[in-house]
Design a protein around this ligand. Structure first.
Ligand code: BTN
Length: 252
């Protein structure tokens, strides 16, 4: 059976940086950080999201990155989004938020609205991975640009109070360590039942845009043991999808 590496957390806080993912990856490359290091920033000037998008967060967000050993198959770094997503969804639920779900491939939702995004990247030369998390914790929905407001929410707006950031980070790191250790030992299978139970839009009709040329519409069946999204199109075929944007669609 493969072994796991026990993680012990070493938290560093900075007021401002470009992107906690970028800075932590550079520290790893320079030999100044390693697995277990966590970098928290009050403000990012160039926060990054999936597919080269910007990550914009008004004051009150909890933005941080953690370094972990890379998955046994380094090509499966995308699975870390799901491991972290599960731990984050559990953490947010312990704060009192209702209807918390993991939206494949890298978001956490409350009541169908995005409350957090996750960006996992490898640092291959160090056999490490960086998991970056932006959680709308104590921010307010009203502080977001008007076009984003309908799509997102914040923990504070959902539970009508603010949360202690340090405590939330600690809860997340505890939950993540538990899930990541299980994942290291047995792969995604170890956390699959819990992940499936929290999967957003499971059983619903969705449109998944993998690329402008590859758009699938059908029933969201599940996440499989590799972390691929299985969507059943109307011709009865099941498509395992590695990444994409999922939107729910009205049933016909
Ligand atoms: C997404 O929704 O596409 C993922 C967003 C990830 C944002 C976090 S904030 C902390 C870390 N640093 C970054 O530059 N990005 C991640």
């Amino acid at each position: 059976m493969p072994s796991s590496t026990a993680l012990s957390w070493n938290i560093t806080r900075v007021d401002t940086c470009d992107s906690t993912n970028t800075r932590l990856a550079n520290s790893l490359r320079a030999g100044q950080a390693g697995p277990g290091d966590v970098l928290v920033a009050t403000k990012q000037t160039a926060g990054r999201g999936r597919l080269g998008r910007f990550w914009v967060a008004p004051a009150g967000a909890l933005t941080f990155s953690l370094a972990v050993p890379e998955p046994k198959d380094a090509g499966r770094v995308y699975q870390l989004n799901l491991v972290a997503g599960l731990a984050l969804a559990s953490t947010v639920a312990t704060l009192g938020a209702k209807s918390v779900a993991v939206k494949w491939p890298n978001d956490v939702l409350i009541n169908g609205k995005k409350v957090a995004g996750i960006l996992s990247e490898t640092v291959p030369e160090k056999h490490a991975a960086i998991i970056g998390i932006g959680l709308n914790l104590n921010s307010r929905r009203d502080d977001f640009p008007a076009d984003l407001k309908p799509l997102l929410t914040t923990v504070r707006d959902e539970i009508s109070k603010s949360s202690d950031e340090e405590n939330v980070l600690k809860r997340f790191l505890d939950a993540f360590k538990r899930d990541f250790t299980a994942y290291q030992l047995a792969g995604l299978t170890a956390i699959l039942p819990e992940l499936r139970a929290k999967l957003a839009f499971r059983g619903a009709r969705v449109r998944v845009t993998e690329s402008p040329q590859e758009i699938y519409e059908g029933a969201l069946i599940d996440i499989d043991a590799e972390g691929l999204l299985n969507v059943k199109t109307d011709d009865g075929r099941i498509h395992p999808i590695i990444t994409g944007d999922v939107t729910p669609v009205e049933a016909r």
